[in-house]
Design a protein around this ligand. Structure first.
Ligand SMILES: [Zn+2]
Ligand SMILES: [Zn+2]
Length: 524
């Protein structure tokens, strides 16, 4: 059974109604890895409904978290906001209402492109609207117990007067710099003497004052537990480090049960996405986003990347070299879905089909689509003078090579994705263009001998990829030349390069007369 269905079944044994939560810290543009949370949550949420249960999927914007580091895409002068809750920051480009809106709106828009639409909830507004009042009171009253739990699970020791609450300083507006030390009648007394987050020090302004319980936030481990309890969360995906022994989940679970008297949700630990051996995140120079991935592989293949294997299995992506391989993997599953199960182990068939099915956007298509790798060649041989896709040319080629006389929306979308990949990410060695005029290349006597023989050999074959390929190969043998050298001669006269895509397919995609004429020109 596919893993989303396994989780759904387990959850439905506990109750018939569920709340699947995901969440993202808003410290800048969310990267591709941040989408994992929401995509896994959505998969389980939909599987619960398919199995006849009730489910809601929510996405929490952690916008009360303090702003710790100025990300690359934000003006340097945002340094002045370090330590403030993210919710209090302005839009970095002056184009919308706030920092949070600026980064979450496009993120959610891109998730819509893969049909994921969780209810988005701002943590800052939950505090402001008093939704957390009850849990904050409980946490403050049971501060000693929380302190003990944190010490037992993670070994962290707090000061004697420590309280589980970070007021937003009335004077400097920061949340990373305050310590609460007294609590009475919904009022918290604090000093703004500075704090540490990660390895960074955030100096305070020295102010001492008093705020209400809506003007601050709970420490992360307490807040997570409070949220589960208050909202009734029953399932939540989380990065594997949070789920590890002694990690955040363990302490939050105990706080949830002992302090708030609620059940902690079923955790769905997942593996971080790796790129070039490094965890995809803020540490990697350029940020890869879910939107960029959808652009270069289509929505279906993007979802497939997340659903094809367990959330805990190794997930590596590379926008340069790995894309055609990922597409091919998807297309293999597509073939299995449509009944071609040769060489596929019996026990894997259902999982493969299900991974393919849940990756679809508007139901399953009637037939498999064009291969991504084919389109990589076809698109490059059919660009107009402006470098845009010439769709009539693409269709003419497909008629010739695949006997297809119309392109559906999916094939067209795949073609557009291929073009995006070629323009922005593809390695140089897959890029080529058919030279409209004979390129200036050096040909040896042997090359000419081969081309002369080929010129007559191809004149009476059917214009079809495998026949062209075989004829080239056989001609090289008749001429007693190395096949590699002969292929190279053809790449030279058509591409002006020594290498290129599969030659039979490349030539079959071209007009026969054009190919014959070019070979003649080369011999002359
Ligand atoms: Zn903006
Ligand atoms: Zn302050």
């Amino acid at each position: 059974m596919h893993w989303v269905d396994v989780y759904a079944e387990k959850l439905l044994k506990l109750s018939d109604s569920h709340l699947v939560q995901s969440g993202t810290g808003i410290s800048g543009q969310p990267h591709l890895g941040s989408a994992s949370d929401i995509i896994y949550a959505d998969g389980i949420h939909k599987a619960i409904i398919e199995q006849g249960g009730k489910s809601r999927a929510i996405w929490i914007m952690d916008d009360m978290d303090g702003f710790r580091k100025v990300p690359g895409q934000v003006p340097k002068d945002f340094k002045q906001y370090l330590g403030l809750p993210a919710a209090d920051l302005p839009c970095p480009d002056g184009c919308c209402g706030s920092f949070v809106e600026h980064f979450t709106r496009p993120f959610l828009k891109n998730l819509e492109r893969i049909d994921i639409r969780p209810e988005a909830i701002s943590v800052a507004s939950m505090y402001k609207d008093g939704k957390y009042d009850e849990v904050i009171r409980t946490a403050l009253e049971k501060a000693e117990e929380i302190k003990t739990i944190l010490y037992e699970v993670s070994g962290s020791k707090k000061a004697d007067d420590w309280l589980p609450f970070f007021p937003v300083c009335e004077k400097c507006g920061k949340v990373l710099t305050t310590q609460a030390y007294a609590y009475e009648n919904d009022k918290v007394q604090y000093r703004c003497s500075g704090g540490v987050a990660g390895k960074t020090n955030f100096p305070g302004c020295g102010h001492e004052g008093e705020v209400g319980i809506r003007d601050g936030k709970l420490p992360w481990r307490v807040e997570w537990a409070a949220r589960w309890s208050h909202l009734g969360v029953t399932c939540e995906p989380m990065g594997k480090d949070l789920g590890a022994a002694g990690g955040t989940y363990e302490s939050s679970k105990i706080i949830c049960e002992r302090v708030f008297g609620s059940q902690a949700p079923m955790p769905v630990p997942y593996e971080w996405i790796v790129i070039g051996g490094k965890r995809l995140g803020k540490s990697v120079g350029r940020i890869l986003t879910i939107g960029e991935m959808i652009d270069i592989v289509t929505p279906e293949i993007t979802k497939y990347f997340f659903f094809r294997s367990q959330p805990t299995s190794h997930k590596e992506i590379d926008f340069e070299f790995a894309i055609p391989k990922l597409a091919e993997d998807y297309e293999n599953s597509e073939r299995v879905f449509f009944g071609d199960t040769d060489n596929v182990p019996e026990k894997e068939i259902d999982d493969i089909k299900r991974s393919y099915e849940i990756s679809q956007m508007n139901g399953v298509p009637e037939a498999p689509g064009n291969a991504y790798s084919h389109l990589v060649s076809i698109i490059q041989t059919n660009l107009d003078l402006e470098g845009e896709i010439d769709w009539n040319g693409v269709l003419t080629t497909l008629k010739r090579t695949d006997n297809i006389d119309q392109m559906d929306e999916r094939s067209k979308a795949k073609g557009i994705a291929v073009k995006e990949w070629l323009d922005g990410h593809a390695p140089e060695n897959v890029k080529f263009s058919i030279q409209k005029d004979m390129p200036e290349v050096e040909l040896s006597e042997d090359d000419r001998k081969f081309l002369t023989a080929l010129s007559s050999a191809i004149s009476d074959i059917e214009w079809e990829a495998s026949q062209i390929h075989d004829t080239i190969y056989e001609t090289s043998q008749t001429c007693e030349l190395k096949a590699g050298q002969c292929f190279k001669a053809l790449y030279k006269i058509f591409l002006g390069k020594n290498r290129g895509p599969k030659l039979g397919f490349l030539l079959a995609s071209q007009d026969r007369k054009f190919v014959e004429r070019r070979i003649e020109q080369a011999i002359e």
